[in-house]
Design a protein around this ligand. Structure first.
Ligand code: UD1
Length: 417
């Protein structure tokens, strides 16, 4: 297992190119299961999670070729309908194969993903929707088994807007008989990106990005060639890094429209942020102001940026309140940040942060993807050398992270433990 050693105290300056979005690439690669023929995907980030989903798709019978950031997938030979425990437990998003497998093969057997570090994360809403579409669902031996001759359109209401739930049911509905309505659907840019790809494949989806999505079933789809949208969470992480180190960082190939909530809050902390087309420039202020944040489904402030923003508030002037409303247990980074001198008190789903003048370096342990990113950020402004252990979480979601930080003037190195 690798650790990353971060030298604190450098001001970040320069340009960084934002990679393709992990959370858009995962469902889009899975959508290849819905058709025969060669799909071509550009701007796919090189990440552990992409390897995990590729391994699962190969196991199901898809042929995959990767060349740099381009991935080609042909699921003409799809023959296997089971996503085994070993592949699913590494990455919860593997559950995305459920809808497409039932749509294409009429059956699926997928290991239940179980809980994870940030909460229970059930998939009841995915299953309820599939069942409304006529699938028979059984849970046995830790697996969900779903089958249907042909799924039928249905009027589905999500109790909570779930991102992968919306994506799963959208993929199930494209080949269903009749019209499916997805109400209180997730409105994340990654949902829109998937709908765009499915429409390019011949699907008939309207309303993605709104809370009601209409899917008119078609009898078959054809392959597509598409490019993955930029990763708004990677972009947000570098924006916070610039604000935190009083830096001057220019982000290239990003999508400012997807980052409105983050830009708004960062401006309130005093950062100077300018956007121009696909470029965002972030200049950090000498004095970082305290700002309250509540995480919400898109277009609210993303839960995937909460840990990073908390680091910024740890060295801000005054008190701030961060409320986490999306996941019930997403403050696991707090105890590690406290070990670096942050003054944070947690009560239920709220954290009160009293800004301190300086953080101090310490050995810390990464516990989930975004928590790991927050520890790297804390290391950038801590006095001394911070050792972030178990960085495999980071490799799940950030492409070439230490190279990108080094380009901006940070001093960090990866060491095998
Ligand atoms: C996706 C993202 C993840 C992000 C999250 C919230 C991917 C691969 N992952 O995760 O990075 O943090 O959205 O923006 O895109 N819920 C239920 N029942 C369900 C499904 C969800 O109760 O059947 C609850 C969850 O426990 C959570 C909330 O709904 O409290 C939102 O979760 P959801 O949007 O489903 O998250 P993911 O799609 O797993």
């Amino acid at each position: 297992m690798d650790k990353i050693i971060v030298e604190g105290g450098r001001t970040l300056k320069g340009e960084v190119k934002i990679s393709g979005a992990k959370n858009a690439a995962l469902p889009i690669l899975v959508s290849s299961l819905l058709t025969e023929g060669r799909n071509i995907y550009h701007n796919v980030p090189k990440l552990q999670d992409i390897e995990s989903i590729s391994r699962l798709l190969s196991h199901l019978g898809a042929k995959i070729e990767s060349n740099d950031n381009t991935v080609e997938i042909d699921a003409g030979g799809l023959h296997e309908h089971e996503a085994p425990y070993d592949l699913v437990r590494k990455m919860r998003a593997s559950v995305l194969v459920l809808g497409p497998l039932v749509a294409r093969l009429g059956k699926a057997r997928v290991s239940l993903p179980g809980g994870c570090a940030i909460g229970a994360r059930p998939i009841n809403l995915h299953l309820k929707g599939l069942s409304q579409m006529g699938a028979s669902i059984e849970l046995a031996h830790g697996y969900v088994e779903a089958s249907a001759d042909r799924l039928k359109g249905a009027d589905i209401y999500f109790d909570i807007p779930t991102v992968t739930g919306t994506e799963n049911l959208m993929m199930a509905a494209v080949l269903a008989e009749g019209v499916t309505l997805l109400r209180n659907a997730a409105r994340e840019p990654e949902v829109i990106a998937l709908a765009d790809v499915l429409n390019q494949m011949g699907a008939d989806i309207e309303g993605a990005g709104n809370s009601v999505i209409t899917v008119r079933g078609v009898s078959s789809l054809h392959p597509a060639e598409v490019s993955i949208i930029p990763d708004r969470i990677e972009a947000g992480t570098f924006m916070v890094a610039s604000a935190l180190t009083r830096g001057d960082v220019t982000l290239l190939d990003c999508e400012p429209e997807h980052l409105r909530g983050v830009i708004h809050k960062l401006k309130l902390t005093g950062a100077d942020i300018r956007t121009n087309g696909k470029v965002i420039c972030v200049k950090g202020a000498d004095r970082i102001e305290s700002v309250d944040v509540k995480t919400l489904p898109y277009p609210g402030f993303p839960t995937d940026m909460q840990a990073q923003f908390m680091v910024l508030m740890s060295v801000a002037k005054g008190l701030s309140l961060i409320s986490e409303t999306v996941f019930e247990n997403r403050f696991i980074h707090v105890s590690e940040l406290r070990r670096m001198g942050a003054d944070i008190t947690v009560s239920g789903n709220a954290a009160v942060i009293k800004g301190v003048d300086k953080l101090s370096a310490a050995p810390v342990m990464a516990t989930d993807l975004r928590a790991s990113a927050s520890l790297i950020l804390a290391g950038l402004v801590a006095q001394g050398q911070t050792e972030v252990h178990r960085v495999y979480h980071l490799d799940r979601g950030y492409e070439a992270i230490e190279k990108k930080f080094e380009q901006l003037g940070a001093v960090m190195k990866r060491v095998s433990e």
